[in-house]
Every structure is written in C-alpha cells, then in structure tokens.
Design a protein around this ligand. Structure first.
Ligand code: ZN
Length: 163
C-alpha cells in the first residue's frame, strides 16, 4: 500500500522550477533529489500543499503564487546607495549578497540587483519574491518519519541532516 503524503512523512522528490518566462530557476537534476519532512515548513507552503495526498510515482505540475511562495516583492526593501557606502569593497558585482541592518534593527540578507556607475541598487527581498513559481514534480519516495526526525523538524540520513 502506498503512503499518501501527509504530516510527518519524509518525502523525496525530483523537481524543476521555472518562472513565468519559462526560464529554469532551480532543478534537482544533477544535484540529486530533495528530501524533506512534510508539514514542518521545510519547503514553501504552496509546494507542500500541492504535494499533500500524492503517492510515490506521482508526477504533477503546480503553479504557485508569491503569497504561497517566497512572498510579495516589497519596493521599500530596494535602495540605491552610492558606491562609497560600501567602504573599500572594490569588486562589487550584481548578485553579491551580504547582511545589512534594516530600519527596524533586524539583520537581513540583501543582494546587489543593479550597478549603474556609482549607484548601487540593493534589494532585501528574496531573489524569488514576487515570482509565480512553476514546479514540475515527481514523487520518488514517501516514508514515515522517525520520532527523532519529528522532534527535530527535519530529515536525517540520505538527503537530510547528519548529526
Ligand atoms: Zn536532527
């Protein structure tokens, strides 16, 4: 009997993620399948919901709105700073990431999203914020989580934590 994916199952999937332009953003091809603990918030909510009730061997597509993915893109998290604000960092490049303190005092990850001469645009949004995510998923395996995995909220062993 095949397990239907539900809370406290350890699920292994192969997936390809594309954006609305059809560009591949991420894929398990090459890097091996993704193994996660279902119901523990290990993956984005929209994908977890789409996987609920599926069994090993199922293949499906799911389009996930930003609210169920990496959230909306907040324009107030985008800032243009002069190059001099970066101290002696000579080799600034689009895509570089660092940690910055926001107005709320909270540390957040920001990335350089554009460079225009001495004007550096930094963006504190997740790189996939505001994107509709198109997943192509195949379920490789479903098993019950161990008590320890449930306690820890993540998977142990192949594809998971080793400790
Ligand atoms: Zn653990």
């Amino acid at each position: 009997m095949s397990l239907k994916i539900n809370h406290d199952h350890v699920v292994t999937i192969h997936y390809t993620l594309t954006n609305s332009q059809g560009e591949v953003l991420d894929s398990s091809e090459g890097g091996g399948p993704l193994t996660y603990l279902h119901g523990a918030g290990n993956i984005i909510p929209g994908l977890e919901e789409a996987l609920s009730g599926k069994i090993s061997g199922d293949s499906f597509k799911a389009s996930i709105q930003p609210e169920q993915g990496y959230g909306p893109h907040y324009p107030q998290l985008v800032q243009i700073l002069p190059r001099s604000a970066f101290g002696d960092t000579q080799s600034l490049e689009v895509g570089m990431e660092f940690t910055a303190q926001g107005a709320d005092g909270e540390l957040r990850r920001v990335g350089i999203s554009a460079i225009n001469g001495d004007q550096i645009t930094i963006d504190g949004n997740h790189p996939l914020a505001g994107e509709v995510l198109h997943f192509n998923v195949t379920v490789e395996n479903v098993r019950a989580a161990t008590t320890e995995e449930k306690d820890h909220g993540h998977v142990h062993g192949p594809g998971g934590h080793h400790h």
